[in-house]
Ligand binder design. Structure first.
Ligand code: NAD
Length: 498
């Protein structure tokens, strides 16, 4: 390791983490060793927790909720802790980004940008804690007044995936905390380090013990047990549609816990002939290559107007060939490693299926050999028909499929021809087309002449099989509350019994 800057090369030995329950670090017997997907060397060891460990964490979160050590604070009190957490994250930005890049394989520059977004999440969450409010009804007649209270829902289980371990965490945790809830977090087994580091940050910021607990381990054992747990009031799950479905069954078979689900996507990017084609090509290259396409909102279906399709694809190929695929710890890298071996194999398999199904490969189409780690070149297929697997399935890799359209109606119909509804974008200089398409495409997030832009003020979530509910911003805080109607009689009651 470089002695002057420890964040430029992988560690010489794996760092061991405990897990975090009731404000205490605990050790476990069995460990899971994680190798950096960019380097192939071990970087972290996390505990394979047991269901008993999980039960202890739920119990700690329940006690912390019931004695009101957190929900009993004022919004300003909770907001103050969140603001201090933002400051600590600012101080520890490079360190957290380093572990994120090592475990996930994403470029270090991107990881640092993500931590900046996470800091903003805490700042917005702090404001939301102070602004959260209910409603009142002054319309029920002179003798009745109605108040609508928002109360924290209780103990929240939070299950996160490996593609944005810290970002997805921070798009939820500040808003859960703003609402007054307590929680048990189960990160992906391959990317648990930064979720554990957040425990240090929140403790230093003054969060009371038991409010934020982290249990590491497998999805099959710990994730399943958390989703079935009868003492968890709400589960926020982000991950695959298949596991999301199993969470719905688990909730129905246990205590009908409320669910927030953020699942898969197969997101369209619609390019009209009247757009700035240079801008749109840059957006398309970014939209499929960012985070190696392992992004729930990756724009993986290019829907381009036929009259400019050939010109646009040529422009796009030129741009995609210039993307710098490289070592995640190299500050110049734009596209890093594929996070898991299984995902690497899945992506290569889809590329092979695209070729076998008769799509035309325009660029990429295979692994990039950097001597260590697993990397795939940004890939573009043209001549894709809507029934091909590469056009229908969420590949979760840097593989873009180009399809062509003739009219606005065709474009909308193609965009909506998916079971998902997470995100979409349109590129045009015509305001009528931009508004028509943004109103007709069924997706939770929509961009006009940009892509993956936004801030934690805006809600996130999906239509159709992309999920239930919204995260972030005031919408996100409200998801973690219950609404209670309070009716107040004014004056003397009109008696029922004469
Ligand atoms: P995954 O569904 O395999 O795992 C997600 C999390 O669920 C992990 O923590 C895992 O350990 C856990 N898990 C696994 N089996 C479980 C079970 N039976 N019960 C409860 N939890 C279980 O997903 P992944 O491979 O980590 O991530 C990729 C998927 O996540 C993609 O489909 C992607 O679209 C989706 N995703 C969606 C969003 C979004 O905001 N919509 C964001 C990121 C990723």
């Amino acid at each position: 390791m470089d002695q002057n800057n420890p964040f430029l090369s992988p560690p010489t030995a794996a760092r061991t983490f405990g897990f975090f329950v009731d404000g205490q670090w605990r050790e476990g017997g069995e460990h899971f060793e994680r190798a950096s997907p960019g380097h192939g060397t071990p970087v972290t060891r996390t505990v394979r927790c047991s269901v008993d460990d999980l039960n202890a964490a739920v119990c700690a979160a329940r006690n912390a909720f019931e004695d009101r050590r957190w929900s009993g604070l004022s919004g300003a009190g909770r907001g103050g802790v969140l603001l201090r957490a933002a400051e600590i994250l600012r101080r520890r930005r490079d360190e957290i980004a380093y572990w994120e890049a090592l475990e996930n394989g994403k470029p270090i520059a991107q990881a640092r940008g993500e931590i900046d977004h996470c800091i903003a999440c805490f700042e917005v969450g702090a404001g939301a804690a102070r602004m959260l409010h209910g409603d009142s009804f002054n319309s029920l007649g002179d003798d009745l007044f109605g108040m609508v209270l928002r109360e924290p829902i209780g103990v929240v289980g939070l299950i996160t995936p490996w593609n944005f371990p810290f970002l997805i965490l921070c798009e939820r945790v500040p808003f859960i905390l703003a609402s007054g809830c307590t929680m048990v977090v189960k990160p992906s087994e391959v990317t648990s380090a930064t979720t554990l580091l957040l425990a240090e940050v929140l403790t230093e910021a003054g969060l009371p013990a038991g409010v934020y607990n982290v249990i590491t381990g497998s999805g099959r054992v710990i994730g399943q047990a958390l989703s079935e747990h009868p003492d968890v009031d709400m589960l926020s799950f982000t991950g695959s549609t298949a596991v999301g479905r199993s969470c719905v069954h688990a909730a129905a078979d246990s205590n009908f816990k409320k669910l927030g689900l953020e699942l898969g996507g197969k997101n369209p990017i619609i390019v009209f002939a009247d757009s700035d084609l240079e801008d749109a090509a840059d957006g398309a290259a970014f939209g499929i290559s960012f985070n190696t396409g392992q992004c729930c909102v990756s724009s993986s279906r290019l829907i381009v107007e036929r009259s400019v399709a050939a010109e646009f694809e040529k422009l796009l190929v030129e741009k995609m060939k210039k993307i710098r695929v490289g070592d995640p710890l190299d500050g110049a890298t734009q596209v890093g490693a594929i996070t898991t071996e299984a995902q690497n194999a899945t992506i290569l398999d889809y590329i092979a299926r695209g070729k076998a199904d008769g799509a035309t490969l325009l660029t990429g189409g295979g692994a990039v050999d950097l001597g260590r780690g697993q990397y795939i070149a940004p890939t573009l297929f043209s001549g894709v028909s809507r029934d091909m697997a590469i056009a229908r399935d969420e590949i979760f890799g840097p593989v873009l499929c180009s399809m062509h359209f003739d009219t606005v109606e065709d474009a909308i119909q193609l965009a909506n021809d998916t079971v998902y509804g997470l995100a979409a974008s349109v590129w045009t200089k015509n305001i009528d087309k931009a508004l028509t398409v943004s109103r007709r495409v069924r997706a939770g997030r929509f961009w006009v002449n940009t892509i993956m832009a936004g801030g934690p003020e805006m809600p996130l979530g999906g239509f159709k099989q992309s999920g239930w509910g919204r995260e972030a911003g005031i919408y996100g805080v409200e998801e973690y509350t219950q609404v209670k109607s309070v009716h107040v009689e004014i004056g003397k009651r009109t008696h029922w019994i004469a």
